[in-house]
Design a protein. Structure first.
Lengths: 108, 149
């Protein structure tokens, strides 16, 4: 499965468009990590716990999108976009969407 | 009286550690920026030269950075009169450059030398929450391409 945010992959032909696929996940923060990050916030700098949380959540959303694309017989998702929205206090929704296509000669 | 003491101690800790950590972070950013100088970044959608050897996989980099207590306090005072919040400006600068560098590092492991269609996204995790920490998440993503020549 090829994931790309370009509209056209160089040297690869799009055989078939299969429409929009999407994946999303809502994640909340861990209370313990929340408190630790609160302390770290006094010192400033990177909050690694949150960086990990966001990248893990984004991976999960991407996996859900890939599962959806596979179920309709695509071998690539193009023009992928990320979106984040805050639903409730302390929770974030991560949303990934793209166009499922069948590519000529892409490794499945 | 006791509470004022705690605030003053936190301000001192925030100022001393915060400025040391920010300087160290900027130093490492400058070092890695010269290290990954050969990877070109474009926000064009397609590559102008048709000569590409391959690639096409998405790369991304994200980081959550926060301001220290001292800077948060100072920007709180600045908000009374308005104007530039320099402490938040440097925070976002750090975040964006760090996210770009992490994206470039991922492209390097794939052997790519150019990244196309780069997009930035910024989100705050604890927006509007009480006692919210002044942190911001920056995500940079794009498509890694191996170009010839």
């Amino acid at each position: 499965m090829l994931i790309s945010n370009m509209e056209v992959i160089p040297q690869k032909r799009i055989l078939k468009h299969l429409g929009l696929v999407q994946g999303s996940t809502v994640r909340a923060k861990h209370v313990g990590k929340d408190i630790l990050s609160g302390f770290k916030n006094i010192l400033g700098g990177e909050l690694t716990a949150y960086t990990e949380l966001m990248s893990e959540a984004r991976e999960e959303a991407t996996e859900r999108m890939i599962a959806q694309a596979e179920s309709i017989g695509a071998n690539a998702v193009l023009n992928v976009r990320f979106a984040t929205s805050s639903v409730a206090q302390g929770a974030a929704e991560l949303f990934v969407y793209g166009t499922a296509v069948v590519l000529d000669g892409a490794s499945v | 009286m006791y509470e004022i003491g705690i605030i003053i101690v936190m301000l001192i800790i925030g100022y001393s550690f915060g400025s040391i950590r920010e300087k160290a972070h900027f130093k490492s950013i400058f070092e890695r920026e010269s290290k990954y100088q050969d990877i070109l970044i474009f926000n064009q959608k397609t590559s102008p030269s048709p000569a590409t050897e391959g690639g096409g996989e998405m790369v991304q980099g994200n980081v959550v950075v926060s301001v220290d207590y001292f800077k948060m306090f100072v920007s709180g005072l600045r908000k009374l009169v308005g104007g530039r919040l320099t402490s938040y400006e440097s925070l976002l600068d750090r975040g964006r450059r760090e996210a770009l560098l992490r994206m470039k590092a991922q492209a390097r492991t794939m052997g790519a030398n150019a990244i196309f269609n780069v997009r930035f996204e910024t989100s705050s995790i604890s927006k509007g929450a009480e006692n919210s920490i002044g942190s911001v998440e920056v995500l940079a993503y794009g498509t890694a391409i191996k170009q010839m020549g």
